[in-house]
Design a protein around this ligand. Sequence first.
Ligand code: AMP
Ligand code: ZN
Length: 112
Amino acid sequence: MVCIFCKIINKESPSDVVFEDETVLAFKNINPIAPVHILVIPKRHISSVVDIKIEDTDLMGKLIFVAKKLACDFGVSQTGYKILIRVGKDGGQEIQHIHLHLIGGKKLTSLS
Ligand code: AMP
Ligand code: ZN
């Protein structure tokens, strides 16, 4: 079964895309926990940080760079934001396609 984020990448499932290029897609979280809550994902399916290989390090760095750019675009660069990647069961990862949460627009206190 194709994962939900791969379906979003392939435009088989709707999403509110805020950034797209050859390797990365970013879209608004369907259930935001803050005024700015964007998911940044690689277009190539990688299930989890557990599966990252040495050749994926540029791509992972790019996810952070895109998040930084979007933080600027969405006006939270100066006020601050959180970048979060959940890993596995205890990390609370629900979707098995690596995604970076960009969360901002309000004061964030919890680390969990
Ligand atoms: P995680 O717990 O890190 O796996 O986060 C998964 C996130 O994906 C949750 O915050 C969901 O709200 C979000 N999500 C799930 N399905 C969609 C979707 N179709 N479009 C946008 N965000 C989604
Ligand atoms: Zn996928």
